[in-house]
Design a protein. Structure first.
Lengths: 426, 301
């Protein structure tokens, strides 16, 4: 069997984006189908519904439209997650819809992605939405970007058509911070360059899309240099066998921790050493992102949730003031200077005051509108915040885990903003 | 050294993170435990999240009264081993109290009645976070479910106003009367669950493995005969070698004919399977295209 998915594999999370009718559903359908993740009963249900609706062909989009309102209105409301595996990797697709609340959805889907896959129609080339998707990929620091030029069959598998789109996009991408950019000419409908290299495009020398997804190097995307361990939960068994046990549970947000390492605990600033790192199975020699472990310290310190363990000579910024890019996620309110909101950053919760909106960014032209007075739904801007207590942060570009935060409206409890830290205000 | 986790260890880390987050931020969490494989994995992950301390919250079984006896035996043993408190919320008690009415007819099931029992128990005990073992790969409407899924005073799910979930920053804020359903296994597939059970050497009830049992065919599915499932005209019981892919209420959980007798054989069978686990074995999802979505909106698991 080609794609049983049995065995030990790496996990790759990717976000897909595209505008309406660019064939994204067909592409996802093909990846799922060719890796045997679409099952007979799902296909039968879709065929039944397609017939009932009078569609001429089986509508593969029905496989991904999960909710009744979506099927009734023929739209996609929300980020949907899909799963497939090959013998090399298991894949989680965050499938973000192209029209309604676009930015909000893509930011959500992109926040945990290792790779972004953007589709363009070979006949139409780069459109406004392609630029927006690329910008969000760059803003969210997704390490790898793949631009799939789809519907190559409709341009006669023409090499020059592909080259022109590639050149235009590359030119635009120089204005962004995209570190790894790959172009693949495909036909999702016919399967060209999706799983196997296409005989119709002998001029293309790169890998098929699936091959690229299997091989793209993601191991070095994490920050393994700056030790960051936000304390999530204090474990105190208080039973006879572990009478004096005190462990700090959490997920490693950066660097590599080892027993014996000298560490400092923020905000207290006390220095101690790591006495041991425990997993359920027993002691570990080291811990690295994204492992969830329990750290024991040599000294009996007062350490609690929201504290940060790091190395004495490599500390995060400790400050109540920060500059950040934020994406506003709600239509119920706007973000304007003077607003007070709750913030969640690593395992630390506080409140912030929005001191300044420096500019609103036009995600299509990258123009900075410094006259803007508020951010509305799906808008992105640079703000200055002051928190009620110090936060321990890094630049988002250096560490996605210690550089990200969410803002919550305390009246409605809604999550209203996604934030990416730039640093302390100048 | 690449320092790269395998997919199972990455999924495990993600789930443990979510479980600890709930343990830290909620006052009265509870873990739903049915004795099924997903809740067994959930229990193992909760054990890992807080070791060497005990799991700091109770587990709750919503009991339809139509259980596989071997699953109940398994449940009680596992709970005793872990030293956790077991809360049993009984559908029979809800019926006796007049909260719900028993469905009638040969196809009657208590599956849908569970929602009332569940919501009543959540209110009675004041649970503010309820862990479930649901996975996004199970069913279409689940594909858009969040890790944290807010339910209002009526336990309802409103898919259009779900909170966006970014990075691993979860927003657990809620007002009194609301509660959060939390799904740490969101990103796991059925295959992942079995691989994890195999890797970890976790015990599961034997009905997941091939055994001989008296069954009959209904609507293309193979169901176990028993006191809760009267035969309809034309249905003939016969003995077959079967196993279960899901373990739920006996009246709506079908078996599959399978010789798979070990975890490895199940994994191989699954990898070759062309039918989803719910499509194959859950009569409750067959009512309509939106059957699961409707039940979820009402407050189902």
């Amino acid at each position: 069997m080609a794609h049983t998915g049995v065995g030990s594999m790496e996990l790759l999370r990717f976000a897909t984006a595209g505008s309406v009718d660019d064939g994204k559903s067909t592409l996802i359908g093909r990846l799922l189908y060719d890796s045997k993740q679409i099952f007979e009963d799902q296909l039968e249900a879709v065929e039944r519904t397609s017939r009932a609706r009078g569609d001429e062909q089986t509508n593969l989009a029905l496989l991904t439209d999960g909710l009744r309102a979506e099927r009734e209105q023929g739209i996609t409301i929300d980020v949907a997650y899909r799963y497939f595996a090959t013998p090399k990797r298991e894949f989680i697709i965050a499938d973000t819809p192209g029209h309604v609340q676009y930015t909000r959805n893509m930011v959500t889907g992109a926040s945990t992605a290792d790779l972004a896959l953007i589709l363009v129609d070979a006949r139409k080339g780069i459109v406004e939405q392609s630029r927006r998707h690329a910008f969000i990929t760059s803003l969210l620091r997704i390490p790898h970007l793949v631009l799939c030029v789809n519907k190559m069959d409709l341009v006669g598998y023409d090499r020059d058509a592909f080259a022109a789109i590639k050149d235009e996009f590359r030119e635009f991408a120089t204005r962004l911070e995209v570190t790894d950019l790959t172009f693949i000419p495909i036909s999702a409908l016919h399967g060209d360059n999706v799983v196997d290299r296409s005989a119709n495009m002998a001029w293309y020398e790169g890998a098929s899309l699936l091959h690229h997804l299997e091989e793209v190097h993601i191991a070095s995307d994490r920050n393994l240099i700056d030790v960051r361990f936000p304390v999530q939960y204090v474990i105190r068994p208080r039973n006879d066998s572990h009478h004096d046990f005190r462990g700090y549970a959490g997920s490693v947000a950066g660097g590599v921790l080892k027993p014996g390492d000298v560490v400092v605990v923020l905000p207290s600033g006390f220095t101690t050493t790591i006495a041991g790192i425990d997993a359920f199975e027993g002691p570990l020699e080291e811990a690295f992102p994204p492992m969830a472990v329990t750290v024991r310290l040599a000294d009996d310190l007062d350490v609690g949730r929201g504290d940060m363990i790091c190395r004495p000579h490599n500390r995060p910024t400790v400050s109540q003031d920060l500059d950040a890019m934020v994406c506003w996620l709600t239509a119920q309110a706007t973000l304007a200077p003077g607003a007070k909101l709750a913030i969640k950053h690593t395992t630390r919760s506080a409140r912030v005051l929005v001191r300044d909106l420096q500019y609103r960014l036009d995600v299509n032209t990258l123009h900075r509108d410094e006259a803007a007075t508020a951010l509305e739904l799906n808008e992105i801007g640079r703000v200055t915040l002051r928190a009620t207590q110090p936060l321990f942060f890094d630049e988002y570009r250096r560490n996605r885990a210690t550089g990200s935060f969410i803002l919550v409206d305390e009246a409605t409890n809604a999550t209203v903003a996604a934030g990416m830290i730039l640093g302390e205000p100048q | 050294m690449t320092r790269q986790l395998t997919h199972l260890r990455a999924l495990e880390a993600e789930s443990v993170h979510v479980i600890r987050e709930v343990g830290a931020e909620f006052e009265r969490p509870v873990l739903l435990f049915s004795g099924g494989k997903d809740s067994i994995v959930m229990l193992r992950l909760a054990e890992k999240a807080f070791a060497p301390a005990r799991i700091p919250f109770p587990v709750m079984h919503v009991d339809t009264g139509h259980n596989f006896p071997e699953v109940i035996e398994f449940r009680d043993r596992r709970v005793a081993e872990l030293g956790v408190q077991l809360v049993v919320a009984s559908v029979q008690a809800s019926i006796d109290a007049g909260r719900v009415a028993e469905e009638r007819g040969p196809r009657a099931s208590r599956n849908r009645l569970q929602t009332t029992t569940l919501l009543d128990a959540i209110a009675e005990h004041g649970f503010d976070a309820v862990f479930g073992g649901a996975r996004r790969d199970e069913e279409k409407s689940r594909a858009k479910e969040r890790f944290y899924s807010l339910r209002d005073e009526f336990g309802q799910w409103e898919p259009k106003s779900q909170r966006p979930e970014l990075w691993n920053l979860f927003n657990g804020r809620h007002v009194k009367g609301e509660h959060m359903r939390v799904f740490p296994l969101s990103n796991w597939t059925e295959l992942d669950v079995w691989q994890y059970i195999g890797d970890e050497g976790i015990e599961v009830p034997f009905i997941y493995f091939a055994h001989r049992r008296e069954v009959f065919r209904r609507d293309g599915m193979v169901m176990a005969t028993g006191p809760y499932l009267p035969l309809i005209d034309g249905e003939e019981p016969f003995e077959a070698e079967v196993r279960y892919r899901t373990v739920g209420d006996m009246t709506c959980t079908a078996a599959i004919e399978s010789p798979a007798a070990t975890v490895d054989e199940i994994i191989l069978e699954l990898a070759a399977s062309r039918i989803t686990e719910r499509g194959a074995t859950r009569a409750d999802d067959r009512f309509s295209e939106a059957a699961m979505e409707d039940r979820k909106r009402e407050g189902y698991f």
